[in-house]
Design a protein around this ligand. Sequence first.
Ligand SMILES: *Cc1c(COP(=O)(O)O)cnc(C)c1O
Length: 480
Amino acid sequence: MQTLLPYSPPTITRHLSGQNSAANRNRHAHGLNNNVCERIDGVPVADLAARFGSPLFVFSERTLREKIRRAREAFESRYPNTRFAWSYKTNYLNAICRVFHSEGSIAEVVSEFEYEKARRNGIAGRDIIFNGPHKSRAGLELAAGEGAMIQVDNWDELLLLDTIAKEQGRSIDIAIRCWLDAGIQPVWSKFGFGVETGEAWRAIRRIAESRGRLRLQGLHTHIGTYILEPNAYKTAAEKLVTLMERCRESFGWSLRYLNLGGGFPSLSTLHYSYQSAEQIVPPIEKYAEAITGVLNSLPRDRRPRLYLESGRALVDEAGYLITSVVAVKQTTASGPITLAGKAAKAQAYVHETNGTAYIVDAGINLLYSGNWYRFNVKPAKVQRESLPQPVKLYGCLCMNIDVIREQVSLPAMTTGDHLVMHPVGAYNITQSMQFITYRPAVVMIGLDGRVDVIREREDLDYVQRLERIPDHLLTANRPE
Ligand SMILES: *Cc1c(COP(=O)(O)O)cnc(C)c1O
């Protein structure tokens, strides 16, 4: 009989490049260590933590404005009829949204909650792109009444809109969301109508049959997120253009816009990547080149407006999380990694820390994107006497999966020292969970260096505001 060996998962050993190299030591000795984050936009990290507490999210207004200005320039210099729509779900703190709106971005929302938020930020319905797989009848009626750009996701929504138009004796402007194969796996076929399957064309024919009740204004696609391949956008743009031209030939429609969605990467790295973000993330100009090249090949009078819904590429690098070391531990020096979910599969290697682990005062409930992305962790002050060593970084939650980094290279730290995580501006705020502690304050450093709170630290009243206690539990019932 054959004896089976116990299964052991494949392991890859991470190579710690240049950790103790002479060059590194030299740079270190001269204080030329860029592995330190002493200031954010000129404001000392220690001052921020002293004034607003730790942990603390910090946003740089300067970076936000630089990012959107560079993105606009990249596209508008090649294709003037471009508009950016701020992707609310990427970060919908009002101060952040308002920075983008003040830079000319309209709003892109994926729910009625976000729609309300955009309206309250002063954005008119006609300047809201309304996406998402679930829009209620009330939400659609409101959006249609206000002239929002509704991007229809599915057949039920399409037929409901036709019913609303019929009942109200009016016409409704829409676009349809399309999914297509742009060479990026997996294809996001959850959203919209398939182009290659013919479904998008069937939806367009159904719109034509509504005899003007539904009026197709545009075509939308969002091929994924953190797309490192600019040419995927070329393919996507070509496929939408083909569909747009078919609408012209078959029905005589000239669509007003094409919406290429979001998905441009920020300077961030996935866990399994062995290269740095700077090595693998193409500049936004490459994306602009890919998309506008397709549109500029159309005859001048047939060029639609281009909408873009870029999220992470514009906000991620503007966001920092300041944390403090609250405990220093010695753990096992090596062993298999236990990470939750997808990261576990992508990241099966044996870690080689020197056995030191730090606990910081923030947990993975604030850093959801840390499941996929390996952000930088830097001390806030130069530790001249200590060379960086691989250590483990734990969050402060009472959960074994609360590991912020299985391995990160840091000089010796003591309790009270600050560590700065970056870039963390995309999705972490909107996806953060309140769990066993209050979520921290969020501040924004203005162009003039002034620091404003843009979200207060939570407190007990805030967390309990929606709780209700049944009458029979109101009388004090002390345990025996
Ligand atoms: C999330 C989302 C975006 C923004 O995506 P990024 O990858 O952050 O740029 C844009 N459009 C739609 C429809 C989305 O769902």
